[in-house]
Write a protein that binds this ligand. Sequence first.
Ligand SMILES: [Cu+2]
Length: 440
Amino acid sequence: MNRRNLLKTGALAGGAIALGASRTNAAESRWEQSYAGPPNPPMLDPGLPDKDYTPVITPSGTSLAWKVVDRVKVYHLIAEEVSNEFAPGLKAKCWGYNGQVHGPTIEAVEGDRIRIYVTNRLKAPTTVHWHGVFLPAGMDGVGGLTQRAIQPGETFKYEWTVRQSGTFMYHSHHDEMTQMAMGMMGMMIFHPRKPQPDYAVERDFAIMLSEWRIDPGTATPNPNEMSDFNVLTMNAKCYPGTEPLVAKLGDRVRIRLGNLSAMDHHPIHLHGHFFKITATDGGQIPLSAQQPETTALVPVGATRDIEFVASEPGDWAMHCHMTHHVMNQMGHDFPNVVGINKDRLDRKIRPLLPNYMTMGEHGMGEHGIHVESGHMAVPKNSIPMVGAYGPFDYITMGGMFTILKVREHLANYDDPGWYQYPPGTVADVAPEEDLRRDLG
Ligand SMILES: [Cu+2]
């Protein structure tokens, strides 16, 4: 039962006198219970995929498998070391769950009784906290406060009845700074038991935003970093490693964004469409309060659901709008050389460092091209600071960048490749006759 229904069925809706009905509702609803359902929700039969809900898509990831034992949905999370490829050319030893970084998306349905076993195969103790979730305090997973830590080799059991719907997250809540920097997090989606008619979408994506410090040439994230993150990821991938979001023209699309970065909020910007932010990890946003946006700021420790109709064919960028968050392994401790002729400097340094090349007199966009064309060596296990070749030219973005691919015709939702632009619809060199006519 969502908040609106709770209001409708509660005594207050019927008791409101005509004159002050809206004011009474507003005043009362400010003090509604701080959870969507009753305190002891009835346990319902397990909600089933494609019958009670449409499973979400976790680009570059999966949902956690479950089985039913005596009407209870049973899940098994295994915390362990996992080698993660952030993008071709960059791998690191991270900590994740069930062989994945981040952990698989956990899906359930309002009213489900869920039992989650957590096995710790790390060498360090850990716990799992269920972020934004209403549950008995002893299931909250805060190391030291609500439970003792799960020691290496131990398996703990978490169990509660799902009394809400929406987009949530899970993450380690023991030695948070280290364990979350190493990747120990995942998305958690509860589908409504009786969805409103407008809940259904054709494409429902879940994306976790996070940030890492991995020095070029090393293969372990550095959890001690506080400000200078150099690998910015969506589902633990940085562009060009991110999987595109594919939609058919006219599809209703929901993107569930979560942010468990150590230190940074991310304004996620979508090209070619507007969307509405329909929910946070606190619940649904009333229709009357949803405004059209093209950028959703996702603060650390929060989720945002954005929804829109994929109404324009094309390859549309979706990325964090902080420009340093669409860079890969960028260092920031070098002088500003924009506009400086660096040839003399390079000639002086090359006898000492044969491959030396000062970068940046025309900006950083050229860096990836130099690397890919072999002019410039990068350390082993590192990626160029910027993106990859696109259909026209070099895409000078890496990091927290992906592509929404909207197509008129699709046989399936596999990556359809680059968009084929209708003739005459691509910006290009202006023809002489146009220049004469319009600017002459
Ligand atoms: Cu960002």
